[in-house]
Design a protein around this ligand. Structure first.
Ligand SMILES: NC(=O)c1ccc[n+]([C@@H]2O[C@H](COP(=O)([O-])OP(=O)(O)OC[C@H]3O[C@@H](n4cnc5c(N)ncnc54)[C@H](O)[C@@H]3O)[C@@H](O)[C@H]2O)c1
Length: 342
């Protein structure tokens, strides 16, 4: 029996990853550490997993250093998802992003260092946001890190912190940089869930700027598979490496909103435009080469398939997401010092 510690396991990607690991590896025990912030929900983890002897939930903050060290000591694999994750929120309420994303990652990295003998692998979940807008496309792992929002800056700090620990202390770390994920259990503050739930409620879909910002959208099950591969491929091939996890295809926010209204049979009057978000990344598209070559990973879900899957999920799971309706928009202080709702 191996023990895998998943931080942030009650969040969107973490909970989908747990489902993947729990079903695929019957000899793995999963420990989740999660502070259950506004973004975390214990109900994101299915009851059959929560009730299993192979599952343990620890309510707590990454910055509870002693507790983190005790849980890490009992684990062989650590997958670190926990973070503050919403770009728009980071434009206003930004201090917590640095406390959680940078110092919280340091707490995990220090615990790993303390219990290095027992740790086989540390998977740090970074993000494509660390790159900023693409200087060249597709973006490979050598693309400069030019974060354009406080969220991205905090994640870039954490990403390089882990890299420095691998180099300074030889911890068995791997850095994963997923591009934009979508799928079940994502918080309504994020673009695709916001569009789908607005369409379900026959409310306008609000788009930042002209909607031309384009991203590489990856279905969350594919991300879980990529992380699984980073855990299980020989350490000599992945230690100290960063891996982009994306599809190699980019789609603009406007195109997505149009796809959603078309599926729901709504007309273009449902598309509304608001002021552009500052700190916005304009273009993102992942190079898939390194993940394909070393992890043998390629995405399986096309965007149109994934979109239909989650539309069905949001239709079937209203009680889970309707509590988040009032959090679809977040307050941001703009450059003139005014509070606007994004
Ligand atoms: N969602 C995406 O598109 C995306 C893309 C690339 C990378 N990522 C990264 O993947 C990871 C997970 O993202 P997500 O979208 O699932 O996020 P999320 O916001 O849905 O979940 C974050 C989880 O972390 C927990 N958490 C927050 N602060 C904590 C703290 N101080 N201590 C313990 N737990 C805490 C929350 O309660 C929540 O359960 C993050 O590191 C994020 O930066 C996300």
């Amino acid at each position: 029996m191996k023990t895998i510690l998943v931080t942030g396991g009650a969040g969107f990607i973490g909970s989908n990853f747990i489902r993947h690991i729990f079903n695929k590896y019957p000899d793995y025990k999963i420990i989740v550490l999660d502070a259950l912030t506004y973004a975390g929900n214990i109900e994101n983890i299915p009851r059959e997993i929560r009730d299993s002897k192979r599952f343990e939930f620890w309510y707590g903050n990454l910055n509870n250093i002693d507790m983190v060290a005790d849980i890490v000591e009992r684990s062989q694999i650590v997958v670190h998802f926990a973070a503050e994750t919403h770009v728009a929120r980071s434009l206003y309420l930004n201090r917590v992003f640095f406390i959680t994303d940078v110092l919280g990652t340091q707490a995990i990295a220090n615990a790993i260092l303390k219990h290095l003998d027992g740790i086989e692998r540390f998977i740090h979940i970074s993000t494509s946001e660390v790159y900023g807008t693409a200087l060249f496309e597709p973006m490979d792992e050598g693309h400069p890190l030019n974060p354009t929002s406080p969220y991205a800056a905090a994640k870039a700090g954490a990403d390089r912190l882990v890299y420095s620990y691998i180099n300074s202390y030889d911890i068995p770390g791997v850095i994963i940089r997923p591009f934009n994920n979508y799928g079940p259990y994502q918080h309504l503050e994020k673009a695709i869930p916001r569009f789908i739930t607005s369409a379900l409620l026959k409310e306008p879909l609000s788009i930042h700027g002209d909607g031309s910002a384009a991203r590489d959208w990856i279905f969350v099950d594919d991300t879980a598979e990529a992380i699984d591969r980073a855990i299980h491929c020989p350490i000599s091939e992945v230690k100290g490496e960063a891996f982009n996890i994306g599809t190699g295809i980019s789609i603009s926010v406007l195109e997505i909103a149009k796809k959603v209204i078309e599926i729901f049979g709504l007309d273009e009057k449902y598309l509304t435009f608001m002021e552009d978000r500052f700190g916005q990344v304009q273009n993102h598209i992942s190079s898939t080469e390194k993940a394909e070559k070393i992890l043998g990973f390629r995405t399986k879900t096309t965007f149109d398939e994934g979109l239909l899957k989650i539309i069905t999920w949001y239709k079937d799971n209203k009680p889970l997401w309707e509590k988040q309706l009032m959090m679809r928009k977040v307050p941001v202080k703009n450059r003139d010092g005014e509070i606007v709702w994004y």
